[in-house]
Design a protein around this ligand. Structure first.
Ligand code: UDX
Length: 466
């Protein structure tokens, strides 16, 4: 919305939310999310044509176009629990729009929703309307965190789905005109509603599938002596495949991939397509396998026990340049190590201690076993085996091992000699993001494991894992 305000000075943009603390934060110098470049844009536009307000009903009733970007988390209870998207917030937003509207509006689905949500929303709007014409559009967002501003300024494409009626086409054109302020016309794709909704789920599923594919190959590389970086490079040189999104890792995280694939799986099951559902489910199973494999590798390398050993965790966010921890692989890896009684010292440049403690004390929802929640983790304050520090050197001091779980740039250039000198020996580095200079670290004296790379002689001699 801030980018729309920046690029379309004649349009007034009001971001509304029922949460007063959140809106206060948007109106302050300390924005509620960390996103490189966002501060600048908000500061340029706020008070001119960009406003943040809790007066939801007033601004919705005055608007010509309403973008709905409410949460659509995975349902944790009831029908479709563990897979289906929870549309409670969407439904109440639609009811509120219908209640407060006095004039026709274009209602834009921005949240990722199951295919055919627009149809349900349309029914809610038209059942409550007082002769008012609502047009529903689907305009899914493809930005990635950490690069959001770049992605918004220069999107690969903007997708707008609408009804194939004259009114629908008019609404599509109105939204297209907004984006046309800065997006070349050939990058604005117009489709029917269902195609737009499904494209978003499919795009995220394809991206996640690439990571699971390369991660599956990383396991085979370790078993055979191939190097996953070389394999990815060679595979990605094929222009039909392309080089991006082929980095092997400890696993993908983030608020979208798992949620959207589970949603896709559920939709396939509901449409009588169990084989298709099974195919996509495997992408998540491979991701879980990769996280487990990493924990097993750590434990088995360290004489099959990490009990009472200090392990430094470098990075907790689901990727660099964000403070977001939703579905971060660090949660599962840390829980696995805590389960083996390790003492963890965690450092992430952007994630607060509160957030880390909250994430590690939450019950994990077993996506594949909706009826049963996994064992309770100890409550936040009780995790005695856990310390959160504000420096990589502090985290690694007296540690037996380091696990790199987020690819923050600063981890590439640490003084590893100094770190080695202050660690217990043998000193291990388990690089879940393939960012450290393996040869340099081995020369210093570290035993290094890097995902999908030829194994250190030490690790080869350890019992097979996974
Ligand atoms: C994703 C999609 O990219 C975006 O289009 C959509 O709108 C929202 O979901 P995001 O979750 O912000 O964006 O991050 P992304 O860069 O896609 O990374 C997702 C996860 O995959 C991260 O944990 C990242 O570390 C991991 N990843 C990514 C890999 O493990 N290897 C790769 O090669 C790329």
């Amino acid at each position: 919305m801030a980018v729309i305000a920046l690029k379309c000075p004649e349009i007034e943009v009001v971001v509304v939310d029922i949460s007063t603390p959140r809106i206060n934060a948007w109106n302050s110098d300390q924005l509620p999310i960390y996103e490189p470049g966002l501060d600048d844009v908000v500061k340029q536009c706020r008070g001119k044509n960009l406003y943040f307000s809790t007066d939801v009903e007033k601004h919705v009733s005055e608007a010509d176009i309403v973008f709905v970007s409410v949460n659509t988390p995975t349902k944790t209870q009831g029908l479709g629990a563990g897979k289906a998207a929870d549309l409670t917030y969407w439904e109440s937003a639609a009811r509120m729009i219908a209640d407060v509207s006095k004039s026709g509006k274009i209602v834009v689905e921005k949240s990722t929703v199951p295919v055919k949500t627009a149809e349900a929303i349309e029914r809610i709007l038209s059942h409550n309307n007082k002769g008012i014409n609502f047009q529903i559009l689907s305009n899914p967002e493809f930005l990635a965190e950490g690069t959001a501003m770049e992605d918004l300024f220069k999107p690969d494409r903007v997708l707008i789905g609408g009804r194939e009626t004259p009114e629908g086409a008019k609404a599509v054109k109105a939204l297209k005109d907004v984006y046309a302020h800065w997006v070349p016309e050939d990058r604005i794709i117009c489709t029917n509603l269902w195609s737009a909704e499904l494209s978003k789920l499919a795009a995220n599923a394809f991206l996640a599938q690439r990571i699971s594919s390369v991660n599956s190959i990383s396991a085979l590389c370790e078993a055979t002596g191939a190097d996953v970086t070389q394999v990815s490079h060679a595979v990605g040189k094929d222009t039909r495949i392309g080089p991006r999104f082929l980095n092997a890792s400890v696993g993908f995280g983030g608020s979208c991939f798992q949620k959207d694939i589970l949603n896709l799986v559920y939709i396939c099951e509901c449409n009588g397509l169990p084989e298709v559902a099974h195919y996509w489910k495997q992408v998540i199973e491979m991701n879980d396998y990769q996280k487990n494999r990493f924990v097993n590798r750590v434990v088995s390398s360290m004489f099959n026990t990490v009990a009472n050993k200090k392990i430094a965790i470098l990075g907790f966010a689901f990727k660099k340049d964000t403070g977001d921890t939703r579905e971060t692989p660090a949660i599962d890896v840390c829980k696995g190590l805590l389960g083996d009684k390790a003492n963890l010292s965690i450092y992430d440049p952007q994630v607060s201690e509160d957030q880390i403690r909250k994430d590690l004390s939450m019950k994990k929802f077993g996506w594949d076993h909706p009826g049963h929640l996994q064992l309770l983790s100890p409550s936040a304050g009780d995790i005695k085996q856990l310390s959160v520090v504000w420096d990589a050197y502090e985290a690694t001091k007296d540690a037996h091992a380091i696990c790199v779980l987020t690819e923050w740039d600063e981890f590439k250039n640490l003084d590893y000699q100094r770190i080695f000198d202050n660690m217990q020996k043998p000193a291990f580095v388990f690089d879940g993001r393939n960012i450290v200079d393996v040869e340099k670290l081995r020369k210093i004296g570290f035993i290094v494991y890097s995902i999908g790379k030829p194994l250190d002689a030490w690790l080869k001699d350890m019992p097979a894992v996974a």
